[in-house]
Ligand binder design. Structure first.
Ligand code: ADP
Length: 211
């Protein structure tokens, strides 16, 4: 019972259902740490990421509220690989350090308060920066055409635009090679909920069994 809460790294391609699975596990009581959400927080007004970006790229990359101007930055990094690299080297250490501090904040808490931690890392396989923090890797997997349809519905992007994003991510097969656990998300939400409930039972036992 005294062992630290296990960290489960949750990954999957765009639109596979990562956020949905993380929300469901959170409802069961998991502590969810989402690297995309942290990236957003770090680039709000007066946050360290925003300050670092203004210093490196200039205040014109902030909007009127002092937040990162995402559209402007997206346009820059889309056409300039070196700028993309500079942006990532500013933000990634800040995100990682926030992740490790949130994990550290969970230490000493009981298995009831923190049965396990779900660390959402969309590019887990691509970056490898978070793998060592995790006890297990959970991959959300679904048919690629379903990914395209879901992202189109969510964002209004064209099929080609969604496929272009997918082409920049590792292949489905490669990602699955890294999985300890896989949750298939090809069915409806009820099917996903029952798959997630079973995973929750499995993850709770990781800590209570002291393994
Ligand atoms: P990701 O975080 O991997 O990009 P999301 O969890 O945001 O994916 O899911 C993508 C979209 O598909 C969202 O709009 C979500 O509500 C929807 N979605 C996810 N899983 C299902 C499902 N099993 N049935 C119907 N819609 C789903």
């Amino acid at each position: 019972m005294s062992a630290a809460a296990p960290v489960i790294a949750l990954t999957g391609g765009i639109g596979s259902g990562k956020s949905t699975v993380a929300d469901l596990l959170g409802r069961h009581g998991a502590v969810v740490i989402d690297t995309d959400a942290i990236a957003h927080e770090l680039t709000a007004a007066n946050q360290p990421g925003t300050r670092a970006i203004a210093h490196e790229f200039g205040a014109e990359y902030l909007d009127e509220q002092g937040r990162l101007d995402r559209k402007r930055m997206r346009e820059l990094v889309f056409s300039d690989a070196a700028a993309k690299q500079r942006l990532e080297s500013l933000l990634h250490p800040l995100i990682r350090s926030e992740v490790t501090s949130r994990i550290a904040n969970c230490s000493g808490k009981s298995a009831v308060e923190v049965p396990y931690i779900v660390l959402v890392v969309p590019l887990l396989v691509e970056t490898s920066a978070y793998r060592e923090l995790a006890r297990r890797v959970l991959v959300v997997d679904c048919d690629e055409e379903l990914q395209v349809a879901r992202v189109m519905r969510r964002s209004g992007l064209t099929p080609d635009a969604v496929r272009a994003i997918m082409a920049n991510q590792v292949s489905r097969a490669r990602r699955l090679e890294h999985a300890d656990d896989v949750v298939r998300n090809d069915g409806d939400l009820a099917a996903l909920e029952s798959a997630v409930a079973a995973l929750h039972e499995q993850y709770v036992r990781l800590r209570t069994d002291g393994r």
